[in-house]
Design a protein around this ligand. Sequence first.
Ligand SMILES: Cc1cc2nc3c(=O)[nH]c(=O)nc-3n(C[C@H](O)[C@H](O)[C@H](O)COP(=O)(O)OP(=O)(O)OC[C@H]3O[C@@H](n4cnc5c(N)ncnc54)[C@H](O)[C@@H]3O)c2cc1C
Length: 404
Amino acid sequence: MTDPLWVDPADAHHPTLLGTVEVDVAIVGGGLSGVGAAYGLRDSGATVALVEGRTLASGASGRNAGFVLAGPAMPFGRACALVGFDGACSLWRLTVDNNRLMASLVDEHQIDCDYLRRGSMSLAVSDEEMRQLAATSERLVEAGYSASVVPADDLPRPFDRLYIGGIYYPGNAEINPGAFVRGVARAIGGGLHIYERSPVLELRTGTPHVLVTSTGEIRAHTVILTTNAYTSALLPAVPIAPVRGQVVATRRLGRVVVPFPMYANFGYQYWRQTPDGRIVVGGWRDLDIPTEVGTDERLHDDIQATLDAFAASIAGADAVIEYRWAGIMGFTPDALPMVGGLPGHPGIYLATGYSGHGVSMAFMCGARVALQAIGQRPNLPRSLSPDRFFDAPVPTTTVLPQPV
Ligand SMILES: Cc1cc2nc3c(=O)[nH]c(=O)nc-3n(C[C@H](O)[C@H](O)[C@H](O)COP(=O)(O)OP(=O)(O)OC[C@H]3O[C@@H](n4cnc5c(N)ncnc54)[C@H](O)[C@@H]3O)c2cc1C
């Protein structure tokens, strides 16, 4: 019982890379960022290959909770302190654009991924959290976004007895993220060459750049790394730390318990109910932050037990757990992703490190970095440039000790 609800990670639909392939652009990683990059290139005329170590959406993109929220992994006020008011607004715009783009693709290609836009609610466990949430919502409203304070008495039951209030954001959405990734890959169609079960073991920079797997290689003038938590295995100098998250999903319940996606305790706890009635609960990483790191998708017994107990506390004893899994997030030192050129290496680009909020922005970041990679000038916030972490070319000596 360690496979996610959203996709079967063993389910491969594309061949393994065999022999030498030459393309204009190679994308490494088949999650939201990777298929986003492929989507960005769909009409460019470039030949494109996407190479994935396991299967499409077998990483964080098929193991998350499916919250499509506005904003990166920090409250608006903290983003203002980090990148200024205008910088924070451009980050929020990027995530709102991401939500719209995902919705329009679901609609256009009839992707069966349960995309729903019924808002979300951030709940407070303490007066201090409520004060911070209220301050955040006030600043977001100033910036033109919709948010409303909900006092404890007006919270939906049973959450009125568990939390002291919250903020409702009407624009937020939810999705089966794995089905979205696989659906977009299908929609892009035959112009995109996808290789699964083909971990890239080495990146040799040059003209062209060469991506080496155990059964072949891809030669490409442009490489886009969408390798998320695994990026530092290929490029050790890129500061992305793998951090684990735990999730459970109950069996289908024949009643609505959770009316829209909810999260609390500064985002450490989150839950929602899928359209077919399953309650998905994730988080509580703060119970054991030191051990919830690394790339091993291992279950944490105590955290899993806490998720079970929470599901039972809101839905009753029949909320039997049918799925439990773990997934790996890629955290950067400032909690903003790195999206742009790899310093010192023309033709190599990154879209990675969403620090736990990639459903909210990875697809759009992948699409826009791909346009940047083919010489266009997409709207990418300057604060996401990988340059901010480097004052010299990034060393690229890379030999992955073992496949991901
Ligand atoms: C438990 C959990 C809950 C989350 N909940 C949410 C949420 O509700 N909302 C939200 O916004 N975000 C959430 N996230 C974060 C979100 O899932 C990620 O930020 C997002 O999926 C990142 O997408 P990606 O494509 O960049 O990375 P990934 O989906 O991790 O894809 C990277 C891919 O690269 C492949 N790869 C890596 N190295 C190599 C290599 N050398 N060769 C070939 N392939 C390689 C991997 O196999 C993987 O498939 C959550 C994450 C987790 C783990």
